[in-house]
Write a new protein. Structure first.
Length: 146
C-alpha cells in the first residue's frame, strides 16, 4: 500500500500566481488553509481573494480555523521562539474544535491531493509541521516552495 501524502506550502515571499503555479505543478487539487486568522497584508492572500484565485485555477479551498496557531503562539513564532510556539500549538491541538477539524482535514486530504497552507515559507518554523507530525505522522510530507 502506498503511503498517503500531504503537501505543505507557505506563501511568504511569493505572489498568488507563484503559489498557484507551485500547487498546480505538484498536482494539488485542494488547499487547506490552517491559519487561525485568514487575513494577510500581502495582496492576494486574504481568505476570499485567495479562495477566488484558487477557484479560478481549479483548486478547491477550505479554511480550518481551529488548526491555526493561537495569538500567543503566533507572537512566539514572530520572535523566533519556535519551541514555545510548538508547546502553545500542542495545547491548541488538544481542544475539541481542533479535534473535529483535524478529522475533517484528514478526510479532505484523503479525498483529493491537498496542501496545508500558512504564511511561513520554512516549514520548520511553521505550525503546519507539528500539525502534520501530530495528526498524520505516517503520511509522506511534500513541502512545496512558491
Amino acid at each position: 500500500m502506498t503511503a498517503k501524502r500531504i503537501f505543505t506550502i507557505g506563501y511568504e515571499g511569493a505572489t498568488q500566481s507563484e503559489l498557484i503555479a507551485a500547487l498546480k505543478q505538484a498536482g494539488v487539487a485542494r488547499v487547506i488553509d490552517v491559519r487561525a486568522v485568514p487575513l494577510s497584508r500581502k495582496p492576494g492572500f486574504s481568505k476570499n481573494v485567495l479562495a477566488a484565485g484558487l477557484k479560478e485555477a481549479g483548486i478547491d479551498y477550505v479554511h480550518l480555523k481551529a488548526l491555526g496557531t493561537p495569538p500567543d503562539g503566533r507572537e512566539a513564532a514572530r520572535k523566533g521562539r519556535f519551541a514555545e510556539m510548538e508547546r502553545i500549538y500542542a495545547a491548541q491541538l488538544e481542544t475539541p474544535e481542533a479535534g473535529v477539524e483535524a478529522a475533517r482535514m484528514i478526510a479532505l486530504a484523503e479525498e483529493a491531493p491537498s496542501a496545508l497552507l500558512c504564511f511561513e515559507r520554512d516549514p520548520a518554523h511553521c505550525h503546519r509541521t507539528p500539525l502534520r507530525e501530530s495528526v498524520i505522522a505516517d503520511w509522506k510530507a511534500v513541502d512545496l516552495y512558491a
